[in-house]
Write a protein that binds this ligand. Structure first.
Ligand code: ZN
Length: 187
């Protein structure tokens, strides 16, 4: 019986060994979103260089691309890395604007906030520069609510596994042995 368990565990380890590299999924999401914000900021700069138009203090991506900035200015299609990454343009003037994501905030901000978003640890940035814009304040408040998010046990396990696969697998095996040991000693 013990030999069978050990054999099974060994097979499991061998099957998983090639996949046991840590992957900070939060970082990957952050990088993708920040690349999107950079692309949007650059598109806006290009648009302003060629047009005399002013900017709205707050507008979502769809409105901006439908009625202000022609799609030709955007280098690539916008692909949000999460379904909560929603993009808005925030501006106080033609010289002071940035794109904002509901989860990641702005690209350049003096405040950094980190929080769990399901099984991913994300990082967002905010700035007080746009503090006078009510919509901006509301959206930042919504983003900060994520700091109170409590991941489910499965999300926590996924996070642990992604950050440190080997330790998580070893702990799981240790736990399995403990269960077998307890089980054998009480029956
Ligand atoms: Zn985002």
């Amino acid at each position: 019986m013990k030999k069978t368990v050990l054999l099974l565990l060994w097979v499991f380890m061998c099957l998983n060994a090639p996949n046991l590299h840590a992957e900070d999924t939060g970082k990957l999401i952050n990088n993708k979103c920040r690349a999107n914000l950079k692309m949007l900021n650059e598109a806006t700069a290009k648009f302003l260089a060629e047009n005399d138009s002013g900017l709205p203090s707050w507008a979502n991506h769809q409105t901006v691309t439908m009625s202000l900035i022609d799609r030709k200015y955007f280098a690539e299609q916008l692909v949000p890395p999460t379904r909560d990454c929603k993009y808005y343009l925030v501006s106080v003037s033609r010289d002071d604007y940035q794109w904002y994501c509901d989860l990641h905030g702005v690209l350049e901000g003096e405040k950094t906030v980190t929080f769990m978003y399901h099984e991913h640890r994300l990082m967002g940035k905010t700035t007080s520069r746009y503090g006078n814009i009510e919509k901006y304040r509301d959206h930042v408040k919504d983003m900060l609510r994520w700091t109170e998010y409590n991941p489910t046990p499965v999300e926590k396990l996924k996070y642990q596994y992604n950050m440190n696969p080997l330790t998580t697998v070893l702990l799981a095996i240790g736990g399995a042995f403990l269960l077998i040991f307890v089980y054998r000693n009480i029956t």
